[in-house]
Design a protein around this ligand. Sequence first.
Ligand SMILES: *Cc1c(COP(=O)(O)O)cnc(C)c1O
Length: 428
Amino acid sequence: MDIKKLLEFDRNHIWHPYTSMKNPLPVYPVKEAKGVRLKLYDGRELIDGMASWWAVIHGYNHPVLNDAIKSQLNKMAHVMFGGITHEPAVKLAKKLIEITPSSLDAVFFTDSGSVSVEVALKMAFQYWISKGREEKSKLITIRRGYHGDTFGAMSVCDPVTGMHEIFRNILPKHYFAKEPQIPYGAKWEDEDIFDIKKLIEKHHKEVAAVILEPIVQGAGGMRFYHVEYLQNLKKLCKEYDILLIFDEIATGFGRTGELFASFLASVEPDIMCVGKALTGGYMSFGATLCSRDVAMTISEGRPGVFMHGPTFMGNPLACSVALASIELLLKSNWQKKVKQIEKILRQEMEDIKELDGVKDVRVLGAIGVVEVDKNVDVARIQRFFVEKGVWIRPFLNLIYIMPPYIIEESEVKILVGAIKEAISKGIY
Ligand SMILES: *Cc1c(COP(=O)(O)O)cnc(C)c1O
C-alpha cells in the first residue's frame, strides 16, 4: 500500500488512543521493529523509550517469544475455556502463582488490563455478597491513579488526570483519598496516611475494597510513593475488614527493580491485577489473582460460581507467549539490567532538574520521569523527538521513559539527551 494513501485512510477512518477524528495528531507509520528500534517506512530508525506503554520488556521481535507463538500456533490458536483446559494455561497459572505474592493462589485469565481490573472489582464485591454483607458495595482509592478505560476501572481512576471526568454523572461514585505525598525513599511521616485512614474509619461498613497501584502511580501522574504508606494501609484494611487490591499492570515483571512493586514494601494483597508486560508486549492479555480465602468465599456463597467468563479467556497463544516471556525474564539477569538503567537514568537526568520549566525529575527502576510546568504540546515535541531518532510520548506535563530492559547504556543516554535538548530549547 502506498504510504501516503495509508496515512490518509488512517486519518479519515481510524481512531487512535485519545484522539480526535476532526483534528487528529500526526501518527508515524512503523514498518518493523526489532530489539529497541522502531523502523519507519521512510527508513528512519527510532530508539524506543516507551516499551509500547510498559509492555515490551524484552524488545521487539524476540526469537524466543516468536518461537513460542509459532509452535503453539501449529497446535491450536484458540479453544474455548468453558469446560476445556490446556497446557499453556495450566503452566502459566502455575508460574504466576509461584512468582507473585504468596497470598495469591487462584488465577483468572482476562483479555486486557482493564478487564483484569473489572474482574478484581467484581471479585471483591462478590466476596462480600457471599458473606451476606451486600452493603459493602463501595471502593476506596487514591487520587492520581489510573486503572483502565472500562466503566468499573474508570470509576476508580483519578477524577481529573484519569481522563474520565466528563463521565462523572454516569460512573458509580467511590471514595477518593488524597494521593500519598511522601516520595519513595524520602523520610516517612505518619501524616501521609491520615486522609485515607479517615475515609476508612468513616465508611468501612460500606467499603468492599481499597484498590491502588502499589508504589508507582502510572498514567495518572507518574508518581512514586513511600513503602510505609502501603504497610500502614494493609494494617488498616485488615483492621476494618476491607480487601486490598493491587493493580500491578504497569509495575509488574521487573519494572521497578523488583519483580512486583509490592515486593518493595513487602505487603501482600488479597487480589492483584497483571497485564501489559505479561506477554512481553506481544498481545493483549491479563490476569487477576486472588487469595484462597477470596476464591473459597466466592465459591461457597450464592450462586457458588464467580460470575465472569469472556469468550477468549485463557487464549493459548497468549498463555504460551506469556509463559515464554516470564521464563525469559527469570533466566536473564534482569535485576542487574534494571539497576543499570536506573543508575544511568539518575546520572543523566540529574542536570535536567536545573533547566527552566522543570518542576521535578524522578527515577525508580527502569522508569525516568521529567515533570515540566505546563502541559506538553505532544505533536510538536514528538516531531522533534522523531527528528532526533527517539520514540518518547509524553502526556499532560510529563515527559517520561521506560525502555525495554535490553536497552544499551549508550541508547539510554540518547533518549535522555533528546529530552534535555527539547526542554532547554523550549520545544514542548
Ligand atoms: C494500562 C493500565 C491499565 C489498563 O490496561 P489496558 O490493557 O490498557 O486495558 C490498568 N491499570 C494500570 C495501572 C495500567 O497502567
